[in-house]
Write a protein that binds this ligand. Structure first.
Ligand code: FAD
Length: 489
């Protein structure tokens, strides 16, 4: 402690970044008190609403988070959104400025709540969805629980983008519904997927296999799906001498070359898919019979410079157009973080082009200012830190998010305990920062919805598991915030 007062920190967002930062700070600063604000009534961010339902082992990190939450120094404040960011009808919204008055430090770990657009003609046609909303829908995210995607218009689906999220979407479309039935996938999604007519999935990307963004684990899973064929890939994109490639690339080339089917074999499988490399989407064309609905995706072939085998090769347009029949399209070109509404007023710098809070790489939020001579300087904003996707951009698995959160926590601990060059925090001059108690009484008047405590979440959790039992599933999620909150009445 400094001057005998404990360190009090607010964390905004309860995904892996928030929990791992809290964990590490609590273990590095004795007596640190952490209040975690979460917009939804339920915790864990994309671990609950992003990670695919057939990846239950990935969700094991929740056990660590539960340990963190069990500490008497930790308080979960669910169904409370900071700023006015999310569409949040059943919960409360509190201003960031209130947090700044009652904590020594604030950690922004609120993730990426929007997605990137292609900005090409026809993008708003019916039948084109963003991967983010589709993923949210099958995982029971309240915001997208009524998406109800139409998978009955025809058999060809196009996924634009070749990252792991794109492969998750492909797997959901291709996987046997009976396998998904045992997972915690939302019931409405099971229903829709069981009626799906999609038989042929194209996963399209601008670059080639040597520049692929997906991981070998995800590709291998798709290759293992039973009764699903994989179409041959363009061999000219694969180096002749595979053996001399770095290990991970070599593996990937082996995986994608091993399983290819011949065109004559396609009919032996109920479903099939392909990795369509070196294609850049140009426009979406409607069905002749319905000018509002997607019919065809038009793409331009690219050429990789300086060569298809250069890991950092970039795609150059060739002018050659390709059309793919599309009864449904998923845009999977990345998530996007947005600034909290009060950032501009408070002076928290947001890098719009990269979609991150400007920081020093360790998680200290940086502010631009001019020194006496008028030169631009970057200085840390006292008591403000960031972690996770809003710090680094929307890439990386939970393990990389953990390392990133640890770096932020280490910066916080280092700043708080440094004695040589004292680092300034928030609210150090007056009395002890009072945290949630003070924020609650200050903002009480604006609070509409019930605040969900950790014990409340545990009741929701039990109720979901109970519902799941009946259906032979791990859990049956509530997909509406009102239903989550009704458990607590
Ligand atoms: P998030 O997990 O998004 O957490 C942010 C939290 O902040 C959310 O709970 C949100 O509700 C809350 N929030 C937002 N705004 C506010 C506000 N204003 N006030 C209060 N709270 C707010 N990684 C793996 O290791 N394995 C996988 O299989 C895997 N699959 C993935 C599948 C998909 C579709 C996606 C998108 C990601 C996947 N990842 C996977 C990556 C992993 O989910 C991320 O690395 C990680 O969740 C990022 O953590 P975060 O805490 O930065 O953000």
């Amino acid at each position: 402690s400094r001057n005998g007062r404990p360190f009090r920190m607010a964390v905004i967002g309860s995904g892996p970044a928030g929990f791992y930062t809290a964990y590490r700070v609590m273990s590095k600063i004795r007596g640190a008190k952490v209040d975690m604000y979460e917009a939804l009534p339920v915790p864990f961010g994309l671990v609950r609403f992003g990670v695919a339902p057939d990846h239950p082992e990935v969700k094991n990190c929740q056990e660590k988070f539960e340990e963190v939450a069990a500490s008497p120094d930790f308080t979960f404040i669910g169904n409370v959104s900071v700023g006015n960011l999310s569409d949040h009808p059943d919960g409360s919204t509190i201003p960031l400025s209130s947090l700044l008055r009652h904590y020594n430090a604030v950690v922004f770990s609120y993730g990426s709540s929007k997605d990137r657009m292609l900005n090409i003609p026809g993008e708003n046609l019916k039948g084109i969805y963003s991967a983010r909303e589709f993923v949210g829908w099958y995982n029971g995210l309240p915001e997208h629980s009524s998406l109800n995607p139409d998978l009955t218009q025809g058999d060809e689906a196009v996924i634009i983008g070749q990252g792991n999220v794109a492969l998750d979407v492909a797997r959901m479309l291709l996987e046997d519904v009976d396998v998904l039935r045992k997972t915690d996938i939302a019931e409405h999604a099971l229903q829709t997927l069981s009626e799906s007519k999609v038989r042929r999935v194209h996963v399209v990307g601008r670059r080639g296999p040597m520049q692929a963004a997906f991981t070998n684990k995800e590709i291998r899973e798709l290759m293992r799906l039973s009764d699903v064929g994989f179409h041959p890939i363009d061999k000219s994109l694969i180096p002749e001498d595979i053996k001399s490639l770095p290990r991970a690339s070599k593996r990937l080339m082996d995986i994608i070359l091993e399983k290819q089917i011949t065109p004559a074999d396609v009919s032996k499988f109920s479903k099939s898919w392909s990795l369509d490399f070196c294609l850049s989407p140009k426009q979406f064309l409607p069905l002749p019979s319905d000018p509002q609905r997607i019919g065809v995706t038009e793409l331009e072939r690219t050429q990789l410079q300086p060569s298809p085998f250069t890991p950092k090769a970039y795609p150059v347009p060739t002018g050659q157009m390709v059309q793919i029949q599309s009864s449904v399209v998923f845009r999977s070109i990345g998530y996007k973080s947005v600034p909290l509404p009060e950032f501009s007023q408070i002076g928290v710098p947001f890098d719009e082009s990269r979609g991150i809070i400007r920081n020093d790489g360790q998680g200290r939020v940086l502010q631009e200012s001019r020194d006496a001579g008028g030169a631009m300087q970057l200085a840390a904003l006292p008591g403000m830190y960031c972690a996770g996707w809003v710090k680094r951009g929307p890439t990386g698995v939970i393990a990389s998010t953990m390392l990133d959160a640890f770096a932020t926590a280490d910066a916080i601990a280092q700043d708080w305990t440094s004695s040589e060059q004292p680092v300034q925090f928030l609210n150090e001059d007056g009395k002890e920062a009072a945290g949630w108690e003070a924020v609650k009484s200050e903002t009480g008047a604006t609070n509409k919805g019930k605040v969900v405590s950790w014990e409340d979440w545990q009741r929701i959790d039990s109720a979901e598991k109970e519902r799941g039992k009946a259906a032979g599933k791990e859990r049956e999620k509530f997909t509406k915030t009102t239903d989550m909150l009704a458990v607590l009445d």
